[in-house]
Design a protein around this ligand. Structure first.
Ligand code: UDP
Length: 244
């Protein structure tokens, strides 16, 4: 797959549809495939933390979740065709696995969120097979028990929604213990599936203004969002030093 190197993070130049098709292929390969969807804040975090960059680059599929990453690819003259957000890819995968033997485990969010998401997803995607749910608040010593619960459920795909970088680090650390074929780190998606958070209205998404909507909804994100201008400036001044 073609990639664009954005400040040391190798992002796959795939569309939402291509990413979902790739994930369907992963089911046929006998190993854990991790799927991460970094936005510009996450790429800035990886720029500052080489170990985190390695975790991202070890994944089997890395797509651009955020218009900032799409703009960065244009500056680097390897334009991404579209923003391939984790939530959108997950929705396409849910459509594809509904009515098949594939089993999904929902892991993350506050207590009760995964269960509400399960009920709503089953309504929206008839024939979807959800083998288990687990909230995302746990102590490190519970990792083994959580992995066992996912494995025992017979799931071959797990949505890990712990926020970044926690979810990426958890998936990477548990790769050898998990029996699923696909582990996707998709942040706040469970909250959207459960209806406890809303996605930005279409206008904001299609005009590259989702960040503005999220800031309006959650003003406490301002600190994290200061990474956006830093990200743009770093890509502009330093991005071309990375080999494409
Ligand atoms: N979350 C979790 N465990 C934690 C921290 C966060 O399950 O220890 C969940 C949180 O409830 C939310 C999701 O992670 O559902 C994503 O959080 P946030 O919006 O901060 O992450 P983002 O997607 O913006 O990275």
């Amino acid at each position: 797959m073609d990639k664009v190197n954005i400040l040391g993070v190798n992002v796959d130049t795939v569309t939402i549809e291509e990413a979902a098709a790739e994930i369907m292929k992963f089911f046929g390969e006998d190993k854990v495939h991790s799927v991460f969807t970094p936005n510009s804040e996450i790429i800035m975090a990886a720029y500052r933390d080489p170990e985190f960059a390695e975790i991202l680059n070890r994944s089997e599929l890395l797509t651009a979740d955020g218009i900032g990453v799409v703009y960065a690819s244009k500056i680097l003259k390897k334009p991404l065709r579209e923003r391939a957000a984790g939530y959108d890819i997950a929705c396409r995968v849910l459509e594809k696995i509904s009515g098949t033997e594939h089993k999904l485990f929902l892991f993350g969010g506050k207590p009760g969120v995964a269960e509400t998401a399960r009920d709503r997803l089953i309504e929206k995607y008839p024939g979807l097979n959800i083998s288990g749910c687990r909230n995302g608040y746990f102590k490190p010593e519970e990792d083994g028990e959580i992995v066992d619960e996912i494995n025992r459920s017979g799931a071959d795909i797990v949505f890990v929604c712990l926020g970044a970088p926690k979810q990426e680090k958890w998936i990477d650390a548990q790769r050898d213990n998990l029996k699923v074929r696909v582990a996707m780190g998709i942040g706040g998606s469970l909250d959207v599936f459960a209806g406890t958070a809303e996605r930005a209205p279409e206008f904001f998404c299609s005009h590259g203004l989702e960040w503005l909507y999220r800031l309006y909804k959650e003003p406490s994100r301002i600190g994290r969002m200061m990474d956006l201008p830093k990200f743009a400036a770093t890509v502009f001044f330093k991005g071309k030093r990375y080999k494409q």
